[in-house]
Design a protein around this ligand. Structure first.
Ligand SMILES: *Cc1c(COP(=O)(O)O)cnc(C)c1O
Length: 394
């Protein structure tokens, strides 16, 4: 086993991860970790959930890939379920979040070309994250990406998040859509207020442009409702889902209003693995669990417990604010110590991540237990205790 043949796109610990169950992950050296990253909010039901494992095993034995030229049963069932839950009308199923964002951008441009006199520009947010294809990177407002892979895809106008007036000012005759994450995830767990989400819905409707919610990180129950937009009662015209949708299996989806879907002609969008039965079977198992009575209420309660614990740690160590919703929460350290705290926590057996240099983010399994939350808080508290000493050593 060697990493020397991998293109080094990221720094990783030497020991590979070899097994996982629920909130726990184990590496090849036999170390166990309490996982509060969960594949970047991917494993909604924890590691290797039996229901997902059974669903994909069953599907693999039945039909793996009929080709995107044919319907398959899990695809039809998933599209039906997602439209019912979100009240949107049509679905497209892909494999990665960035692909879903690409499709959302293309839907907006198609709609703009055919229904709004050639409008093609999209208003997005400073600090936003929409993925790593060239168009998704261009749409993103991630600091440090401005110079990468130039020239970017044109047509994205950036405004500050949670600022409806700035959105209103940025909309012009060439604008086809506004795209936002209801809680900016990679950008630092920055929530839009419910009032702002409703105001932007009203502004986009008034201006006659589309509203795209990128809920790849916030969807599938992460914030305690099925969608983060549900807290505000906002229905976008286009919605992207990914990450938690497949419970660990790569799948993404774009949902849209009929008025948008009706602009698309056959042949304009596709892809070899679109609508893949394996991902759809996994997603159906995830939806079964997440929509079971009591599940989302439990996410809300677990999130409140986690946030209360983070507040106590913040007060004890003199740190900054706690932000987030449901089981997407973050602790601002008030100083760029996050990489060191993440490293100290990992050494102690807790996996966290640092989307920004001053910010610790928690995205545990939606099935995390109170005992696991308390254990994670104790491990984070210990990691924060070593912080000043480690900072001094640098
Ligand atoms: C992760 C993420 C993406 C990109 O998803 P990938 O599966 O990594 O391509 C897009 N938008 C948001 C909000 C995300 O959090």
């Amino acid at each position: 086993m060697s990493h020397l043949h991998l293109i080094t796109t990221t720094q990783r610990p030497a020991a590979p991860m070899v097994s996982g169950r629920g909130s726990w992950l184990a590496d090849a050296d036999g170390r166990r970790y309490l996982d509060f990253v969960q594949g970047w909010a991917v494993n909604s039901l924890g590691h290797s959930p039996p229901a997902v494992a059974a669903a994909i095993a069953r599907q693999a034995g039945e039909l793996l890939c009929p080709s995107p030229s044919f319907h398959n049963r899990p695809l039809l069932d998933l599209a039906t379920a997602l439209c019912r839950i979100t009240t949107l009308d049509r679905a497209f199923v892909g494999t990665s979040g960035a692909e879903a964002v690409e499709v959302a951008i293309k839907l907006a441009r198609t709609w703009g070309a055919r229904r709004r006199g050639g409008a093609w520009r999209i208003v997005t947010m400073h600090g936003s994250y929409h993925g790593r294809t060239l168009a998704a990177m261009s749409a993103s407002g991630k600091p440090g990406w401005e110079e990468l892979f130039e020239p970017k895809v044109p047509g994205f106008d950036k405004v500050p998040p949670d600022d409806p007036a700035a959105v209103a000012r940025a909309i012009g005759p060439d604008t086809a859509a506004v795209m936002l994450e209801p809680v900016l995830g990679e950008g630092g767990v920055i929530p839009f207020s419910d009032g702002s989400l409703r105001a932007i819905r009203a502004i986009t409707r008034e201006a006659g442009v589309l509203l795209i919610h990128d809920e790849i990180q916030t969807g599938i129950g992460r914030t305690g409702r099925f969608l983060a937009g549900d807290h505000a009662g906002v229905r976008p015209d286009i919605l992207t889902l990914g990450k938690g949708l497949g419970g660990g299996v790569p799948i993404s989806a774009v949902l849209s209003d009929e008025s948008v879907a009706a602009c698309v002609e056959p042949g304009e969008q596709g892809g070899t693995f679109t609508g893949h039965p394996l991902g759809c079977a996994a997603a159906l198992a995830v939806l079964d669990a997440v929509l079971a009575p009591g599940f989302l209420g439990r996410v809300e309660a677990a999130g409140a417990r986690l946030r209360a614990g983070l507040e106590r740690i913040s007060i004890r160590h003199g740190l900054g604010a706690v932000r987030g919703r449901g089981l997407l929460c973050a602790l601002d350290l008030g100083a760029p110590d996050a990489p060191r705290v993440v490293e100290a926590a990992r050494a102690g057996g807790l996996l966290l991540n640092a989307p920004r240099p001053h910010l610790i983010r928690c995205m545990p399994a939606l099935t995390v237990s109170d005992a696991e939350i308390d254990q994670a808080l104790a491990l984070l508290d210990a990691a924060c205790s070593v912080r000043p000493a480690m900072a001094a050593a640098v």
